[in-house]
Ligand binder design. Structure first.
Ligand SMILES: [Zn+2]
Length: 377
């Protein structure tokens, strides 16, 4: 795996980790451009399921997650006025009400919270946020009145406890015991080296009617086609898997899930980050700096946002929310609960209807074991 040219791999010694395909894996060399180390990493694009995946997992990933990476997400350091605005934004993202809150939300959008408005939730819904960092999203949910919230992030320095009972465990999912109605991963899944194992672990901890929400960047996007390895959300080497709806469908099905819904929620980031990489400019050099608006005037950003909305409508945006539910049949826990009312599968009817009429008299019918025992006495 040392060859660094782009093109097709015809050696048949590499398999797609999602679908097992070992033919026509297209090679791409992508550079680290968030911090601008410009190190090059080989990615393989499967021509069958479409998944783009890193060829070799780097041994020293901690090096690619410096403190600045996490500092971007820390709301604790924001001034009080920003907290006020965030509260108003969150309320709008969830309720869709209030003109002032709507205006705030248009500037400081919170797509993670908006993605939850697609799910039926109650204050007591048990929610687990995986890879939640310091729990910014969970704190937003707590402010909105949710009472059963937990988070997990193995990369935190320690366990975290907030007033009101909100707990963030420094733990992997496989180390957590419990059941949740909603398990969610917001731009975390693409960082995981063993996504299928994670889905199996989620399945075991999700209630029968629960939802698994996965928000990820997508390689089935126009941005990947237009920008190639300069696409901002490729984010080498931190993103191990860049999925397509098909590769997610395959993974989900193997773990016992069905995709209930896909909602595209890409934004202007896909264009401005890619434009920076195309001109060899690291993201951190421009994001949040005074020169940002010199690179991207408001008019340009507005045009990007409009283009993103259009691509989302066409299913070509560069990120989406996948809503997974447990597959109805075959089911490992409680099949009866999973069927839509009045539509149980035939196999279920044949083994569970009370023995009566022609069925009880047929030669295929075996009386229940207890009844047989009673007759022999
Ligand atoms: Zn594949």
């Amino acid at each position: 795996m040392t060859q660094i040219t782009s093109g097709f791999d015809w050696t048949f010694d590499v398999n797609c980790r999602i679908c097992g395909n070992n033919k026509e894996l297209r090679r791409h060399q992508a550079r680290e451009m968030m911090f601008g180390t410009r190190e090059s990493f080989l990615y393989l694009e499967c021509q069958k399921c479409g998944c783009l995946q890193i060829a070799d997992f780097p041994d020293d990933m901690a090096r690619h997650y410096p403190p600045e990476y996490y500092a971007q997400q820390d709301e604790d350091t924001f001034p009080a006025v920003v907290h006020f605005l965030l509260r108003r934004r969150d309320r709008y993202a969830f309720t869709g009400r209030g003109w002032l809150d709507r205006w705030i939300n248009s500037i400081l959008a919170n797509p993670a919270l908006s993605s939850l408005s697609q799910i039926q939730l109650a204050p007591e819904t048990r929610i687990l946020d995986l890879g939640c960092g310091r729990g910014a999203l969970l704190k937003s949910l707590q402010r909105l009145g949710f009472t059963h919230l937990e988070g997990a992030d193995p990369f935190n320095a320690d366990d975290l406890s907030y007033p009101g009972g909100l707990k963030i465990h420094k733990a992997e999912l496989c180390d957590l015991a419990g059941k949740w109605d909603l398990i969610m991963l917001h731009h975390v899944f693409e960082h995981l080296a063993a996504p299928l194992k994670t889905l199996h672990d989620i399945y075991a901890r999700l209630t029968p009617s629960g939802t698994c929400l996965i928000r990820i960047p997508l390689v089935s996007s126009q941005a990947w086609q237009d920008y190639g390895v300069d696409w901002g959300q490729l984010d080498a080497p931190r993103h191990f898997f860049l999925h397509t709806p098909e590769s997610i469908r395959r993974l989900a099905a193997t773990a016992g899930f069905t995709i209930r819904e896909i909602v595209y929620d890409s934004n202007s980031f896909q264009f401005w980050s890619s434009e920076l990489y195309r001109t060899d400019t690291p993201l951190q050099q421009v994001r949040g700096s005074r020169t940002f608006f010199k690179h991207f005037p408001l008019k340009t950003l507005h045009a990007y946002a409009k283009k993103a909305k259009k691509l989302n409508r066409l299913g070509r945006g560069d990120q989406a929310a996948f809503y997974l539910e447990k597959t109805a049949w075959p089911h490992r826990e409680n099949p009866l609960r999973q069927f839509p009312a009045g539509r149980p599968p035939l196999t279920y009817v044949a083994t569970s209807v009370p023995a009566a009429g022609w069925w009880a008299r047929s030669p295929f019918h075996q009386p229940p074991a207890r009844a047989q025992h009673a007759r022999t006495q």
